[in-house]
Design a protein around this ligand. Structure first.
Ligand code: PLP
Length: 367
């Protein structure tokens, strides 16, 4: 099996597993909320240290609040339901993750003012439209805009967006799940030079599944280390170890993944006539989204049992809907159903990329 779905989930790094293991053992049984004995305090200390490591991923100042959550989807929910002002108009990019869109839909149905902000043909927010929406909101709004898109790898102009939000007094929640493994995403401080809140996920960073985080500028969030219930110390420690590894490896990983992605695209262009790339050529390292002309991507995957790949929006294609990201970029429904997403990762090799190209070319030719 060739695993090319790292944007959905990354394999656990061995060093992360080693850091977590002691926290699953009997002598680390403490509940971080039990302050009256040593094991409880040890767990609480480990979580406080972990919060610092995770905050460092987004260059957060020491007074930023880190709240660990059971997933990034839950961190997105917390940002919107827990921290953002309850009556502020919502400005939402048309390419947000489903966990954001579902919640926005619920709030809109309940009467909240929601304005959609469009993207261009490369999946990048239209700054003119954002500026208009900020002005038309008439009062301080909340912007929901991710840093890097999980289907097409488009990267948003962070400094320009922060500047617009600051000038219009808007709060910016940024889903940073896909960005931080290979690029910088600094949280804004008092100067408002970046997002006010950032969502992160451990299992996109070679950490464990089951833990995410919301990092928020000082004053926005209560300093509770876990969103509810008993914090899973082992998972949180694993998240911190994964974050430290990212900071050590980020530049090298980004360069290697960009080169592998270029190799994959060059191979596919040669091997599959008429193939089209969706999204920018210089996007998120490791992400490539293509449309295979006349081919339904979900169907094609049935012919590729040795490749772990994604259509980019599994739930939508299961529901008979095309990708909302590709349609927001202007693709028609047929082309959007053809979208196939590759997510390359730290462990991906040249040989795997070449083999994947050969398998896809053979499957397309056999149709
Ligand atoms: N946000 C983005 C951009 C994602 O790509 C994902 C997962 O694919 C999520 C949020 C949800 O992450 P989690 O699985 O941790 O809930």
């Amino acid at each position: 099996m060739i695993y090319l779905d790292h944007l959905a989930s990354t394999p656990l790094d061995a060093q992360v597993l080693a850091a977590m293991l002691p926290w699953f053992q009997a002598d680390h049984a403490g509940n971080a909320q039990s302050a009256h004995h040593h094991p409880g305090r040890a767990a609480a200390r480990a979580i406080t240290q972990a919060a610092r490591a995770v905050a460092a991923l987004v260059d957060a100042p020491p007074d930023a609040a880190v709240t660990f959550t059971p997933s990034a989807s839950e961190a997105n929910r917390l940002a919107l339901a827990g921290l953002a002002p309850a009556d502020a108009p919502l400005l939402v990019s048309s390419i947000e993750h489903d966990s954001v869109l579902r919640q926005v839909e619920g709030l809109r149905a309940a009467g909240r003012h929601v304005a959609w902000v469009p993207v261009d043909g490369q999946g990048v927010i239209r700054l003119d439209a954002l500026e208009r929406a900020l002005a038309e909101a008439g009062r301080p709004a909340v912007l929901l805009l991710m840093a890097a898109n999980n289907e097409v790898g488009s990267l948003q102009p962070l400094a320009a967006v922060a500047d617009l939000c600051r000038r219009h007094g808007a709060l910016w929640h940024c889903d940073g799940v896909q960005r931080v493994a290979t690029g910088a995403l600094p949280l804004g401080g008092k100067d408002r030079s970046g997002p006010d809140m950032i969502t992160l996920s451990a299992h996109k960073l070679y950490g464990p599944q089951g833990v995410g985080a919301l990092v928020a500028r000082a004053g926005l969030a209560p300093a509770t280390p876990w969103s509810w219930g008993t914090p899973p110390t082992a998972l949180i420690v694993g998240f911190a170890e994964a974050a430290q590894l990212v900071l050590e490896r980020r530049a090298a990983d980004a360069a290697r993944l960009a080169a592998l992605t270029a190799r994959l695209w060059a191979g596919l262009v040669q091997a599959v006539p008429g193939i089209v790339r969706n999204g920018p050529a210089e996007g998120l390292p490791g992400c490539l989204n293509v449309t295979l002309p006349g081919v339904d991507a979900a169907d094609l995957l049935l012919d590729l049992p040795d490749l772990a790949l994604s259509t980019g929006s599994a739930c939508r294609s299961a529901a008979g809907q095309p990708s909302h990201v590709l349609t927001a970029m202007g693709l028609d429904a047929t082309a959007a159903f053809g979208g196939l997403r590759f997510g390359l990762g730290r462990g991906t090799t040249d040989a795997e990329v070449d083999r994947a190209v050969a398998l896809i070319a053979a499957a397309v030719a056999a149709r």
